[in-house]
Write a protein that binds this ligand. Sequence first.
Ligand code: CA
Length: 220
Amino acid sequence: MSSKSLGLSEGLHNYLLSVSLRDADVLRELRQETAQHAMSMMQVTPDEGQFLAFLVQLIQAKKTLEVGVFTGYSALSVALALPDDGQIVACDISEEYTAIARRYWQMAGVAHKIDLRIAPALETLDRLIAEGQAGRFDFAFIDADKTNYWNYYERSLQLVRPGGLIVVDNVLWSGQVADASDRSDSTQAIREFNQRLHHDERITLSMIPVSDGLTLAIRR
Ligand code: CA
């Protein structure tokens, strides 16, 4: 996946950032550290992080969910936008990546807002539902293994309140979703996911070509 929005030229993308990106030092430092990492392309782009923070502020979210943390950039962006008593339940399976995340959350003074759960995300989401947390969340961001997208979405739809917002990353998958010859598991999973959401009457839907493609779904 690319570091800019799909279809934007490098020049236009740089212009967009130059007149809109409002960067905190801690976000820039985390990007620089993550860039050294072999899996650095898994990080959300700076404009995408800013957009997530914008959405969280727009809907005045207090309690949010994140599926897929990696080195913590999206959670950091969201946490900075949440009120001081806001909370993110963040799901990931990697101690190694999230050790970097924790360091930056501490540095930014937002660690108290982030409840990191190291376990397969489906287990964490099912536990939250079993604990009576359904309908308690305002916002969810899904950015993890693509073959489980539908499962993460179904659970997130239970966990967010009516009017709550679910954002799903990488729904255009570097354009591979439109390449019929691409039959890889991830590509097929995203394609099927997109088709199912298109007709899902439980949500209000919008798909936008920010970064690698974002789906916005409001629970009806
Ligand atoms: Ca992603």
